[in-house]
Design a binder for this molecule. Sequence first.
Ligand code: C2E
Ligand code: MG
Ligand code: MG
Ligand code: MG
Length: 286
Amino acid sequence: DAKRTGRGITRLFDESMDEGIRFRRRVEQGLSQAIDKGELSLVYQPIVSRGELEVIGFEALVRWNTEEYGPISPATFIPIAEESNVIHELGDWILDQALAMVQRFPGQYVSVNFSPRQFRRSNFVGHIMESVQRAGVSPGRVQIEITETAIFDDAERAAETLYKLRQMGFRIALDDFGTGYSSLYNIRKFALDSLKIDRSFIDGMGRERESAAIVHSIIHLGRALGLEVIAEGVETEAQVQALRLAGASHMQGYFFSRPVAPDLAIGLAEQRFLGQDVADAPQSNG
Ligand code: C2E
Ligand code: MG
Ligand code: MG
Ligand code: MG
């Protein structure tokens, strides 16, 4: 009857809630030990220029292989880490790894993701500067990726932080652009080098007019503001050609390479040009 069904559903719901909370706690606790246990690693995905498909940088992406659950996606554990102070310890480890790696690249930059909480940490600028100095890396070889949420909540303070970082020579990229709530009008207040178009728009480009229109608008906006525009999640040659015609300056995605382990990334960096099978850029100016 209805009463029993209702109770059954409630119980099931409670159990799955418990399960969810238990999982979060384990992730939180597990993360703080993951570094010492050697369960974390970084993989690197090349970012290429539009014309010659030259590898100009690599995005560092964290991986976590757990004993208990196997590999867990950063899309799952970063938001959990972000809700506790674990994100700082984790973020410091990621940055140090990426800085050690960039010294092995023959010239490319490394692009590191920072969560909103890391970015808003007091003295973020001093902290990151200390890390690069300790590592002996020039800030010009480091790109800082932040999302719209990191900067629009406290726009004034964020603008100041970005300005300082940029003055020190870091590159700044606005990640997942188009998915947040940023006002386009405010974009100009921030010291940025590039906009990264979220891969959901690239994915939809060939199918829906709306996605294609959004991609074109972001590219035009970027150009008007003197910014680079990096298209994320490029998977097909058709997308490469469409993005070149639209005027994207850089591309990143499985079409060129999946994120790969450090030694493979060095190989790609030394190879320098990817996708020889791709036809020449239309109206390429080199
Ligand atoms: P993101 O920064 O936007 O990174 C791009 C994501 O798209 C990566 O997923 C990458 O593996 C994936 N990707 C790249 N090319 C393609 C493609 O052609 N097709 C498809 N389907 N996917 C592609 P990943 O590595 O799972 O990371 C997910 C998110 O987790 C990242 O999104 C970022 O927000 C966060 N994340 C990853 N590593 C870090 C990190 O070191 N620190 C912080 N704070 N966040 C990180
Ligand atoms: Mg990113
Ligand atoms: Mg992104
Ligand atoms: Mg993303």
